[in-house]
Design a protein around this ligand. Structure first.
Ligand code: GSH
Length: 259
């Protein structure tokens, strides 16, 4: 019997809506057609939800087999419960190792860089922050968001050490990883691991999304003309690279879902 026919109740995914690590988990759940409910919270309220199940950061996945508090652990768990033909991790051990190395590269370098780059533009913009932090959150958190916004923007700025030097360094990190992705795709392969969509593609696209703003992202991005000229220009530049184009294609072809 496969997982889908035995799943008793939906899995719980605790998120901060905009978090790209949460998007990585959400995309995997959707792609694997696993029944789940998203419990979205705006910072700092996410901590009440994550603490209650023994976690700290988001995403957290609550299942009948345990609680998973890191996006990679979540994907590995999900992969272990689905059938062979839909797995996100290659079954060949050598290919699996390469896919895991790419996942780790994107998690450890691309994710922090795109997050700080994104917040460097967004933290002072009420409209952007409201859109990206409040989708699907409880009414009370939405109600107090105006207060939270003014308090949290300095917290975010300090937490991520947003300085012009650091943001410039993030920009270089992002470009460097985009070059590595370009090199991997240079032989004409459709996906990073070859012919099949895998965890490497999903992780790359989810964590690159803040600088690409794909139209299919569950948090619908603002049209570029509604953004500041500098932000719009940087997104356009990232989109026009081969790696940026790859992200747009992955969202278009592999993210077709309602969440
Ligand atoms: N390595 C973790 C990173 C998770 C992470 O950094 N989550 C951020 C959102 S992008 C978070 O929950 N931050 C809230 C906080 O710092 O309290 C993963 O892959 O799940």
């Amino acid at each position: 019997m496969d997982y889908y026919s035995t799943q008793k109740k939906p899995l719980r995914l605790i998120t901060i809506p905009v978090s790209h690590y949460c998007e990585k988990a959400r995309w995997a759940l959707t792609k694997l057609k696993i029944n789940f409910v998203e419990e979205a919270h705006t910072p700092p309220f996410h901590t009440f939800a994550t603490n209650r199940v023994g976690g700290k950061l988001t995403p957290v996945l609550v299942t009948e087999n345990g609680v998973f508090t890191d996006s990679t652990d979540i994907l590995q768990y999900l992969d272990s419960i689905v059938s062979e033909n839909v797995k996100l991790y290659p079954t060949n051990p050598e290919l699996r190792k390469q896919a895991e190395e790419l996942e780790e590269l994107f998690d450890s370098q691309l994710g922090p860089a795109t997050r700080r780059w994104g917040y460097s533009y967004a933290t002072n913009d009420y409209k952007i922050m409201q859109r990206v932090w409040t989708k699907g959150i409880p009414f009370i958190e939405r109600f107090v968001f105006p207060i939270v916004f003014y308090r949290m923007r300095s917290v975010v700025s300090k937490r991520f050490n947003i300085t012009p030097e650091n943001v410039a360094s993030d920009y270089r990190t992002i470009n460097n990883i985009f070059q590595q992705v370009r090199a991997l795709l240079a032989d004409g392969r459709p996906y990073l691991m070859g012919d099949n969509f895998s965890v490497a593609d999903l992780t790359f696209a989810a964590l690159a999304a803040p600088v690409i703003q794909p139209p299919e992202h569950p948090i619908k991005p603002f049209p570029l003309e509604k953004l500041s000229p500098q932000l719009a220009s940087e997104i356009s530049q990232f989109r026009s690279t081969p790696a940026g184009d790859f992200v747009l294609r992955l969202y278009r072809d592999e993210r077709n879902c309602s969440t």
